[in-house]
Design a protein around this ligand. Structure first.
Ligand code: S3P
Length: 179
């Protein structure tokens, strides 16, 4: 049987405020890989913030752009990718993120989320705080489909990067792969 190819990307998924961008950048530095934040990719392409894209063009347009960003990311090697909180919840986007990658769910409890989420209007779906528990519950089943998961509650984001590194080789080896 042909040997599976080593994963080319590590994709971080999880709810807004779970630390994907900070952890992703730290993890990439440690691995000597590049880091890509999909939200930043979309923002750069439109020269607009995510909040402005939602306001001017609406969420369906943003989701289409997210799929486009994921397709572009799928061509990259040796990259850590931070996916927006809704990306892994959409089936086609999730499948594209999973291909050729190890996916890691950064779990965290609501108390930690509240602390980490800024009140600056940068996340349109977190503007109405009352909606967050339902959105979290709705997305959890999708996040569970990630290959690995790390509970980041009460952990420094640098410790989270270490924990991912600790889990990675083991899982990669289970599948006969090297990182
Ligand atoms: C979203 C999360 C955001 C961003 C957009 C929508 C979501 O990314 O993609 O505001 O649907 O949960 P972060 O998870 O990086 O905040």
């Amino acid at each position: 049987m042909a040997k599976a190819r080593p994963p080319q990307r590590i994709v971080l998924v999880g709810f807004m405020g779970s630390g994907k961008t900070t952890v992703g950048a730290a993890l990439a530095r440690r691995l000597g890989w590049e880091f890509l934040d999909l939200d930043r990719w979309i923002e750069d392409r439109h020269a607009l913030t995510v909040a402005e894209i939602f306001r001017r063009h609406g969420e369906p347009f943003f989701r289409e752009e997210e799929r486009r960003a994921v397709r572009a990311a799928g061509r990259l090697r040796r990259h850590v990718v931070a996916a927006g909180g809704g990306a892994f919840a959409a089936e086609a986007t999730r499948a594209a993120l999973q291909k050729g990658a190890v996916t890691v769910w950064l779990r965290c409890g609501e108390t930690t989320l509240w602390r980490r989420l800024p009140h600056d209007g940068s996340r349109p779906l977190a503007a109405d705080r009352a909606r967050i528990p339902a959105l979290l519950a709705e997305r959890e089943a999708s996040y569970r489909l990630a290959d690995l998961s790390v509970d980041t509650s009460g952990m420094s984001l640098h410790d989270v990067a270490d924990e991912i590194l600790r889990q990675l080789p083991e899982r990669a080896l289970e599948r006969g792969e090297d990182l």
